[in-house]
Design a binder for this molecule. Structure first.
Ligand code: WT7
Length: 631
């Protein structure tokens, strides 16, 4: 299938996709290699929720990522690895080499007892072996659950137990900027809570001494010696699970978002090619970690299905200095660059001295993902990185959507600062009012929902379908509810405004306020806490915690450190509160419900306009909170 090549072409594709969705998606799916063709395109119902795509079809996504490129592009670089340390040698894996390595490691998995349908947890550095292990799972039909290597032992254990993983793949340790993290030791700690795990495969990355439990742990390199590289791709039913990825919601416990094989492959392939207008010689760099959905869809699967070169970067934007991104772009002639607003804002704050040494001539398209990009950052990105000649795609989507839903197509459809733009063909967004009625027309604002399924949508939350129904399909019956608020401008371009539920987005990482509160409350001197997000110049949102201790702490700074440690051990450093205010009570209704609206306003510094506080259980508490506000 041809990429969309003009605005008229987009309009036409969109119209077709709405008039006859099944015919449209059939054509899109035909771009992939299927082991057996589907019998029906889709069957779905939003109330109660169920959804299936390309029913009866058989496919293996790794055949689309690897095997089918070997003949024509076997010597083309598939993965280009840039290590944390800029002086380390670059690693390049051609499609043929990656294919061989994936097959060999798939045989390692089999040798260790991993079978189709088994869940495998990956807790790895951003090195090619993470890509290899992920693809190897998909090769044999094992379900991968990648956990970002910044989560704590407790968080890993929760995720392993929730999805009943029996296998873990990890490494000795990782480097990220100037820091090193002992991954194997964290896994060892996690596994004290996970009796179901009976095999751990350890990749030696930094050469650290680690404890090896002889009954449970094996070395990656030893295992490779025992296998050959012959591993045919397992024929997967289109609706078999491809992966589980945990994400936070408004309740305390992260949920395992389930994606399936056929629909996910179809939508990721289509959206990737069209949004970035991919050409065969592109060197494409997505800076996300494979531990997040962006890394799954648009670092690993999308680029490999397209047969292009995907850059994998182990480091961080600011180490050894704030020019690292730009130096890597020049070094590898990156043509398409996809990153997060928080990274752009933090580099913008460091000044142009870090940008000017690099020419950035190779760039063709810039992308943004994960949170709203403010106009200032958008312009900086466009002018100083894109040199006013690269279109920016601001891509709105979610872990649950599997792929990009609303975005301009690079250079094809309109791109407007701070606006994601038009929906992709096949995607039917609507704005709803409080009562769930559709808001028609342009220049309108409402709750963003989707009224028709698409192939890569969430199938269920692992082990708890009711939770999936409740979270996404119960607020507005008959719609998938995104949790976001949006505005449609006078031309029909969508602008995302932010979450309307108790989810906060910190540096593009998503947390439930309840999840952070639960973590804080683990501290034994803490009686209750309430967490809200507030606008933060770099991170998008910061975490503001109001905390009630059993006695007012005499050393507040020490208490804060203890709270950081608690959050660190429950979730990970990424969830560290930016501000902790000790309070003697929280604004509650007479029935005991915390009024977060007030807490959000105080955190934002909007203390003059708090609305009606007379119905509070204790109106005086608001004054105390305002007096103690942290700036
Ligand atoms: C939430 C999803 C999409 C993969 C990375 C994050 C926010 C995402 C944008 C954007 C404004 C955005 C939304 C969404 N979000 N992209 N381009 N503009 N907001 O995935 O962790 O599942 O978070 O991120 O609020 O609901 P996620």
């Amino acid at each position: 299938m041809q990429n969309i090549q003009s605005l008229e072409h987009y309009v036409e594709a969109y119209r077709k996709s709405i008039e006859n969705p099944e015919a449209f998606w059939e054509e899109v799916a035909s771009d992939l290699v299927w082991k057996e063709k589907w019998k029906r395109v889709t069957e779905w119902n939003f109330d109660p929720y169920s959804c299936a795509w390309f029913i009866g079809g058989k496919i293996n996504i790794t055949e689309n990522c690897l095997d089918r490129h070997i003949a024509a592009r076997g010597d083309h670089t598939a993965l280009l690895f840039e290590s944390n340390n800029p002086d380390d040698e670059v690693r390049r894996l051609t499609y043929r080499e990656l294919y061989v390595q994936v097959c060999r490691f798939a045989n390692v998995l089999k040798r260790n007892g991993v079978r189709k349908g088994d869940r495998v947890c990956l807790y790895m550095p951003m090195v090619p072996e993470l890509a290899i292990a992920t693809l190897a799972c998909a090769r044999i039909g094992a379900v991968h659950s990648v956990v970002f290597a910044g989560f704590s032992a407790t968080a890993i254990a929760d995720r392993i137990n929730d999805s009943d993983c029996s296998f873990v793949i990890t490494a000795d340790a990782l480097s990220r900027g100037a820091k090193q993290i002992p991954l194997k030791a964290v896994v060892d700690e996690a596994l004290m809570q996970c009796p179901g795990v009976h095999r751990v495969i350890v990749y030696k990355h930094l050469g650290w001494d680690v404890v090896i439990n002889n009954r449970r742990d094996v070395w990656w390199h030893d295992e490779l010696q025992m296998v050959d590289s012959d591993c045919p791709a397992e024929p997967m039913d289109s609706e078999d699970i491809l992966f589980i990825l945990y994400t936070s919601g408004s309740t305390g416990k992260p949920k395992g978002v389930v994606h399936t094989c056929g629909g996910y492959a179809t939508y990721v392939n289509y959206s990737f090619k069209n949004v970035f207008q991919i050409a065969p010689d592109d060197v494409y760099w997505c800076t996300a970690d494979i531990g997040w959905v962006t890394g799954h869809s648009y670092l690993l699967y999308g680029p490999l299905m397209s047969g292009i070169t995907s850059v994998m970067f182990e480091g961080i934007p600011t180490w050894p200095d704030a020019g690292r991104f730009w130096s890597v772009i020049d070094k590898h002639h990156v043509s398409v660059f996809y990153t997060a607003p928080t990274a752009i804002r933090s580099l913008m704050a460091m000044g142009l001295d870090y940008v000017l040494p690099y020419n950035l001539h190779s760039l063709r398209v810039l992308g943004s993902v994960g949170e709203p990009i403010n106009e200032e950052a958008w312009h900086w990105y466009s002018i100083h990185i894109g040199k006013n000649r690269c279109p920016i795609v601001d891509t709105w989507w979610q872990t649950e959507t599997g792929g990009i839903m609303i975005s301009s197509l690079a250079g094809i459809t309109p791109s407007k600062p701070a606006h994601a733009g038009f929906p992709l063909p096949g995607i039917q967004p609507v704005l709803l009012d409080q009562d769930g009625k559709i808001i028609e027309g342009n220049d309108k604002e409402g709750y963003l929902a989707i009224r028709y399924p698409w192939p890569s949508m969430i199938r269920t939350t692992f082990g708890d379908h009711e939770r999936c129904r409740q979270t996404y399909f119960s607020t507005y019956r008959g719609y998938y509810f995104t949790g976001d608020g949006a505005r449609r401008d006078e031309n029909g371009l969508y602008r995302l405004i932010g979450r309307v539920d108790d989810v906060i987005n910190v540096s593009g990482h998503r947390f439930g306020t309840a999840e952070i509160e639960n973590a804080i409350n683990q501290h034994k001197q803490i009686i209750e806490s309430a967490v809200v997000g507030y606008p933060h110049d770099i991170k998008g949102q910061g975490i503001y915690a109001y905390v009630i201790c059993d006695t007012q702490p005499d050393n507040p700074d020490r208490m804060r450190e203890e709270i950081f440690e608690t959050v660190n051990s429950e979730i990970g450093r990424i969830a560290k509160p930016d501000k902790i205010q000790f309070v003697s009570g929280l604004p509650k209704t007479r029935s005991g419900k915390i009024i977060r609206r007030i807490l959000r306003k105080v955190a934002e510094g909007e203390v003059s306009n708090l609305g009606d506080t007379t119905t509070l259980l204790d109106p005086l508490i608001v004054e105390e909170i305002i007096r103690g506000r942290l700036v």
